[in-house]
Design a protein around this ligand. Sequence first.
Ligand SMILES: [Mn+2]
Length: 165
Amino acid sequence: MKHIITHTSPDLDAIVSAWLAQDFLFAAEASEVLFVSRKVPVKVRQIADCLVDIGNAYHPQQYLFDHKPPAFENRNSTCATQLIWEYLLRIGRDVAYLEPLVEVTFQGDTHRNSEALKQSRKDGPHAELSRLKDNHKKASVVYEQMVKWLRARYGTHTNSRSMCS
Ligand SMILES: [Mn+2]
């Protein structure tokens, strides 16, 4: 079982980057996502196979994808979703078609503004995530529901299995 680690109260960047790790990095391998405090507990670090939007380190070969200092001087220059997506492209995964999702996640995470982001807050991934957060307290439930929505909307090309967690 692969363990993907991200932070509690996951925002869209945490959720989309964890989903990319599950469905496109580990793909056929069973994996689960754990939600922990920003200061990653040592025990969790020991079992971690991939960190997204947490850990303050960017080492793609070690599957560490955070954009916060000291990984990047300016946390708003990129986001976890963009970092893992770029890595997946480099290793030849079929993820180019997800660019609009990555872009709108990046814009939301780094306080940019655009028509796409306004639209996302109206009826796209940002809207869906706030709806889920209003209805569910547990991060794992929010994540599970959001992944269902992402798979339905952005259909994984290679993957239609149900979640293994
Ligand atoms: Mn982020």
